[in-house]
Design a protein around this ligand. Structure first.
Ligand SMILES: Cc1cc2nc3c(=O)[nH]c(=O)nc-3n(C[C@H](O)[C@H](O)[C@H](O)COP(=O)(O)OP(=O)(O)OC[C@H]3O[C@@H](n4cnc5c(N)ncnc54)[C@H](O)[C@@H]3O)c2cc1C
Length: 433
């Protein structure tokens, strides 16, 4: 089976079997004889996967270095369940030891501070430089500033918890301190933001927790978008039926001020709201490394593009449309695909294959496919899901949804919840193991 067919199958069926992938990769590496230095920046869902697959499919001729400041990656996926005590941060923590020991990826626990695309090298926070033949940037997202006022101490209490870690623990503690008389305000930024169903999922698990543990409470969802951005049927049902009386959903609620002293959120036209907890998710942009270095910001194609915030890429290779030999993957890139961990893993495989081809003078696959699946807990025992498969469209040069586009489950069930646990284990194993 050719690698491109394999990738298509892998994408179409979800995550493949690593034994099978390993056998194919070794066979193809011998055939291709790819050689070159690849530096991967960012050890999240996209960067870790591309580093692993470059070695697994490309073989020992591929000199792959992963640069990531943290020794441990904390998964955002399932982090909403840390808020409600159903998971711990340590259960969501993954390290890079298998990447090094099993696949021979060199790990550097530093940040990349500067990119020299002419000299084809990057500077690290320890003062050293790394040369590359191909550079892959996968630094995730950073945020625009919120329009916030109040004392520094009060402002520090208002967190997004949209990058799992210390803010997740802070928000968990704030939720624990709520009573049934209190209100939790969640603000959702304008799209594109990471994990389209994620904020609605958070509203559901917080509402479920308040009902189960506190005997009641209120969750006000202030959405800057005009409507629910993913799984509209399932979340409408969850808000209006499952969590009726707890969740109030307010669309078109563009935030124009957060007063951390009075704990009020004001919106353009949708009113002013007061809460015990304000969980404000700011507007997203590509990881600072990308916006500060100006890589690939102009002319990003696709409806999800926001000029000067995300990196334009050629989705056949994920090479930047502005800077040659630099590829951008995952949440930092501007494509028609969602900003999500599952699809970051799929994009990374397309990119790994393309880089191996480019470094061995092979021909890049002209028909890549990717897919995204997202399971969302609605209560402590039920979940719903969405799924979509993308195929490259040569006319528009974008990834287009196949078939009926995004499919969502018929409601939230305990069976979906069981499937969700298996899906998470498979995805994280495919990325980190
Ligand atoms: C609450 C929540 C729930 C979610 N649930 C789901 C879900 O159910 N399904 C799903 O598919 N997705 C989900 N997501 C989205 C998913 O987590 C992201 O889309 C995914 O992590 C993006 O992968 P990435 O590699 O682009 O970025 P990340 O995974 O964020 O990784 C970026 C990495 O880059 C590193 N980095 C940054 N700057 C530098 C630098 N200068 N030098 C070196 N390294 C750097 C960071 O330390 C980080 O490790 C969820 C997100 C949230 C917040």
């Amino acid at each position: 089976m050719k690698r491109r067919n394999f990738i298509a199958n892998l994408a179409a069926t979800g995550l493949g079997l690593s034994f099978f992938e390993s056998a194919i990769g070794q066979q193809l590496s011998t055939m291709l004889g790819a050689t070159g230095k690849v530096v991967v920046v960012g050890g999240g869902m996209a960067g870790t996967t591309v580093a692993k697959y470059l070695r697994m499919w490309g073989g020992t001729g591929m000199d792959v270095t992963l640069v990531e400041p943290n020794a441990t990656y904390v998964s955002n996926i399932f982090s909403n369940m840390v808020l409600t005590g159903e998971r711990t941060i340590s259960q969501l923590s993954f390290n890079y030891s298998t990447l090094a020991s099993k696949y021979g990826v060199k790990i550097k626990n530093y940040a990349v501070t500067y990119i020299d695309p002419v000299g084809k090298k990057v500077s690290l926070s320890n003062g050293t430089t790394l040369p590359y033949d191909r550079l892959v940037l996968a630094p995730g997202i950073d945020f625009e500033a919120l329009p916030m006022t109040g004392t520094a101490a009060n402002q520090a209490k208002i967190v997004h918890a949209w990058k799992a870690g210390t803010q997740t623990t802070s928000l968990q503690n704030q939720l624990k301190a709520m009573t049934k008389a209190d209100t939790y305000i969640l603000t959702i930024p304008p799209k594109p933001y990471r994990c389209p169903p994620g904020p609605y999922e958070r509203a559901c698990v917080v509402a479920d927790y308040l009902k189960r543990v506190k005997g009641g409470g209120k969750v006000i969802v202030l959405d800057a978008n005009p409507e629910i951005q993913a799984e509209a049927l399932n979340f409408t049902q969850a808000f209006n039926v499952t969590h009726k009386g707890i969740i109030t959903y307010v669309p078109n609620a563009v935030i124009n001020g957060i007063n951390a002293d009075t704990m009020t959120v004001s919106t353009v036209g949708a009113g002013t709201f007061k809460g015990k907890v304000i969980n404000a998710i700011p507007t997203h942009k590509a990881g600072n490394l990308i916006t500060q270095s100006g890589i690939g910001l102009a002319n990003a194609p696709g409806p999800n593009s926001v000029p000067n915030k995300f990196a334009g890429v050629n989705v056949l290779t994920y090479e930047s449309t502005a800077v040659p030999f630099v590829h951008v993957l995952g949440d930092s890139s501007a494509t028609n695909q969602p900003k999500a961990g599952h699809i970051a893993n799929a994009e990374a495989k397309v990119c790994a294959d393309a880089i191996i081809q480019l470094l061995s003078n092979g021909i890049v696959n002209q028909a890549p496919m990717t897919n995204s699946s997202c399971f969302t807990p609605i209560t402590k025992t039920t979940a719903s899901w969405l799924s979509v498969v993308y195929r490259y469209d040569p006319t528009t040069k974008t990834m287009k949804p196949t078939g009926n586009g995004v499919t969502e489950s018929n409601g939230a069930t305990s069976g979906n919840y069981e499937d969700m646990l298996k899906w998470f284990n498979n995805l994280m194993s495919d990325t980190f193991k």
